[in-house]
Design a protein around this ligand. Structure first.
Ligand SMILES: [Zn+2]
Length: 66
């Protein structure tokens, strides 16, 4: 079941396992249950886009790095 939809009272089958802390940052958490969240496809896409935007924002805020 999608954890994000469940918080809003919707029951949607999960299609993806989302890593709350990115594996690039914490590969040792790949199989740690507390770092996993089941999400449906729309929620997973949204989380992925959000993360990409945040990473880009961090990069852009560093002077001299493009
Ligand atoms: Zn969802």
């Amino acid at each position: 079941m999608c954890a994000s939809c469940a918080k809003e009272g919707r029951h949607v089958a999960a299609a993806h396992v989302h890593h709350m802390i990115d594996l690039a940052d914490a590969p040792e958490l790949a199989l740690t249950y507390s770092n996993l969240e089941s999400l449906c496809h729309p929620c997973h896409s949204r989380e992925t886009l959000k993360r990409l935007r945040e990473e880009r924002h961090e990069r852009d805020s560093l002077p001299g790095i493009r």
